[in-house]
Ligand binder design. Sequence first.
Ligand code: ADP
Length: 166
Amino acid sequence: MMQRVGFYPGSFDPITNGHLDIIHRALALVDRLVIGVGAHHSKSGLFSPSERLSLLKSCAEAEGNQGQIDLVTFDGLVVDAMRDHGARIMIRGLRDTTDYNYEMQMAGMNTTMAEDTQVVFLPASPSVRHIAASLVRQIAVLGGDITPFVPGNVAVAVATKIKERT
Ligand code: ADP
């Protein structure tokens, strides 16, 4: 039988408990999950793509069985990255209507470009639905406690990064 390969793209700057929830749910649907860190340049970013990838590695791999998760960076179109990795199922998380409107638009454009792609939206679990990586970055810069929102080693890495920058 054909393997179901999912592709979960995102910025993951940094990986949060919300992303981990989606990864956990996605693994119940696909045989193999490729997690793609978008390497697009972003001024408000905290970690470089390779730093984001290694933080993901430290948290995400424990979610799947041996070999079930692949971690990659990509810097063009998501549909091209998916094709390169043999994935036809795109996984995205939905928190609220803002996500919904944006994600519907992206799904429409992406599936027009790659008609053999299925986009699967997974609803955020209630316990993590409020978490956004952009707010985690802001809270950390302002000296707030981010430990309720990210894995412990990520909180440590964020604190170290912010200290380095200032
Ligand atoms: P992007 O820049 O692509 O939006 P993010 O890293 O912010 O990258 O998010 C990647 C994906 O994870 C998106 O589908 C987003 O909706 C989803 N996501 C982010 N935070 C959460 C959360 N707390 N719960 C569920 N899904 C989430």
